[in-house]
Design a binder for this molecule. Structure first.
Ligand code: TEU
Length: 535
């Protein structure tokens, strides 16, 4: 299927697995790894790697090409794995290196690629590097992190006005023992590494080598735009001082770092890929991180994730991608949900119809698609009562456990409460029940991925935005004389529009009020919140 010069990752649909939320299959193994020390739901009620392995066939049936696995490394779990205390081991909550190797091998046997999360901006404060660094100013690891002296005139004032992510407060914590501030764009338990130190670059390359050697197909790189920092640490402009610095840092120094990481990853055999989390909210900013084809292979463009359910907003995002990325040969990505944002269905007001439209939007545009596990079930965020909140960033709802079947524990081998409550309607909205219903959103996702696989213009073709009435998004996909139209009615009433000529409905998002039937002649009308692909 893949053409020479056309790497697999350009055609791929990635499926993001947040290991805590996917499935728990081996509580006995966990109990012995934790030697009985653990009896709390945050550890014992979380998913494991074995749970992922058991459900690989779900992914094959669904038709995704690759898995992105969120962190499963050793971690004190202050940020549920994005605070890594050992980059080269598996946390006992999730499994072992042997279990990881088995998972990777079985994914590969099924033709699934797998990329892992690389968290280079910060470590855990429990990482041996930081433990050593804060033990003394003379520590050989001191310069792995970013330290600043207090201002003698105002020792209680942090070195600048940067605001941290998660909760209120500065990006600085004063270390009493050694009398200096250290930098952390996220929690105080996540000190930032100093990437201007060549020893850090080397240490982190050796982490990448560890996983590349084991056979991973690449990395999703966490907050990659934050690696290069201006050593003068200038204040955020006053009008942006309320925004976390992790969403503002956009420094030239990151680009040489990325060029080096790119050539490092490219030097391994096979087509390994880097997907950068560039959490900057203008597509023009994101575009720069592709470099001249020599930085990131792919960069997340999150701007569509911040659109309401609105044709105008989505249209502008499609146009922007074409205007800013195509001319520089940067291959786009589409992502509408993740472990950091409320699920599509919840964001768009709760209707399944809109979740179905989201399925079409994320898979039918020009670019690599990223699906967050559970979106294929049309899940809503869980309702998390205050007493059950665990995430300092307020992101628990979208991290609820995936319901696999209708049984009481929904296919999880639970010995304690799950770490978060199951999402709404799990008795009927679970993988097994939806698989038995061909009209379900799960089958819609499967049909979309199958269509993408069959139709080259949907994978590789141009995307041209058409002039349309308000509420309608129409994108013409085109490649070597083959074309498709993707039409999306964002309005809650019927709408009449057709591209010139005669068309057949190849796929409809379906749902309540849909007017089209696959295989029938397109009658020129769309049902409320209906999306179709025309051939
Ligand atoms: O997220 C980084 C990030 O900047 C946002 O997605 C974050 O939710 C926002 O800044 C909130 O203010 C990545 C990971 O995806 C996230 O889960 C981690 O918590 C974070 O990095 C720190 O590693």
């Amino acid at each position: 299927m893949t053409q020479p010069g056309w790497p697999w990752w350009k055609e791929a649909v990635f499926y993001q697995i947040y290991p805590r939320s996917f499935c728990l299959a081996d509580p006995g193994g966990r109990a012995s790894r934790l030697a009985g020390v653990s009896q709390d739901k945050v550890r014992d009620g979380a998913g494991d790697l074995e749970g992922i392995r058991r459900h690989l066939d779900h992914l094959v049936w669904l038709g995704v090409d690759a898995i992105w696995l969120s962190p499963f490394y050793k971690s004190p779990m202050k940020d549920f794995g994005y605070d890594v205390s050992d980059y080269e081991d598996v946390d006992p909550v999730f499994g072992s290196l042997t279990g990881f190797d088995r998972l990777l091998a079985e994914a590969h046997e099924r033709g699934l690629k797998m990329i892992v999360d690389f968290v280079p901006n910060h470590t855990s404060d429990q990482h041996p590097w930081f433990v050593d660094a804060r033990s003394s100013r003379e520590s050989p690891y001191r310069d792995f992190y970013v330290w600043r002296d207090p201002d003698p005139a105002d020792p209680a004032k942090p070195p600048n006005n940067w605001k941290r992510s998660f909760g209120e407060g500065p990006t600085w914590t004063f270390d009493e023992g050694t009398g200096q501030w250290y930098l952390h764009l996220f929690l105080p338990e996540q000190p930032d590494l100093d990437w201007s130190n060549p020893a850090v670059v080397e240490a982190m390359e050796s982490v990448m080598a560890f996983w590349l050697e084991r056979g991973v197909d690449g990395f999703r790189i966490d907050v990659v735009h934050a690696l290069g920092k201006d050593p003068a640490l200038p204040d955020a402009p006053a009008e942006q001082a309320g925004i976390a610095w992790s969403a503002l840092n956009d420094d030239e120094r990151t680009h040489p770092i990325l060029r080096r990481l790119r050539s490092f990853v490219d030097s391994w055999e096979g087509e390994r890929v880097t997907v950068g989390e560039v959490f900057l909210l203008r597509a023009s900013q994101v575009a720069k991180y592709y470099g001249d084809g020599d930085e990131l292979h792919l960069a997340f463009n999150f701007t569509p994730m911040f659109c309401d359910f609105d044709a105008g907003c989505f249209g502008r995002r499609v146009a922007e991608v074409e205007r800013l990325l195509s001319p520089i040969g940067a291959w786009p990505t589409w992502v509408l949900s993740s472990h950091d944002r409320p699920r599509c269905r919840t964001r768009y007001g709760g209707s399944e119809r809109r979740a179905r439209v989201a399925a079409v939007l994320v898979t039918m545009m020009r670019g690599t698609a990223f699906l967050y596990a559970g979106e294929e079930l049309g899940l809503e965020d869980a309702d998390v009562p205050p007493a059950s909140v665990v995430d300092p960033g307020g992101r628990d709802g979208c991290r609820a456990p995936i319901p696999w079947d209708a049984s009481a524990n929904h296919g999880w081998e639970l010995r304690v409460e799950p770490w978060l409550p199951f999402p709404p309607a799990a008795d009927t909205r679970n993988a097994e029940s939806l698989r038995a219903d061909e009209s379900s959103i799960l089958h819609l996702y499967r049909r979309l991925l199958d269509l993408r696989r069959q139709v080259a213009s949907l994978r590789r073709g141009d995307a041209e935005l058409c002039e349309t009435p308000a509420d309608l998004l129409a994108v013409r996909r085109h490649l070597d004389g083959e074309q498709r139209f993707v039409l999306v009615n964002f309005g809650d009433g019927e709408l009449a529009w057709s591209p010139p000529g005669d068309w057949t409905v190849e796929l409809t998002s379906g749902g309540e009020g849909a007017l089209s039937r696959p295989g029938s002649v397109y009658g020129g009308r769309l049902g409320p919140e209906e999306a179709v692909v025309l051939t």
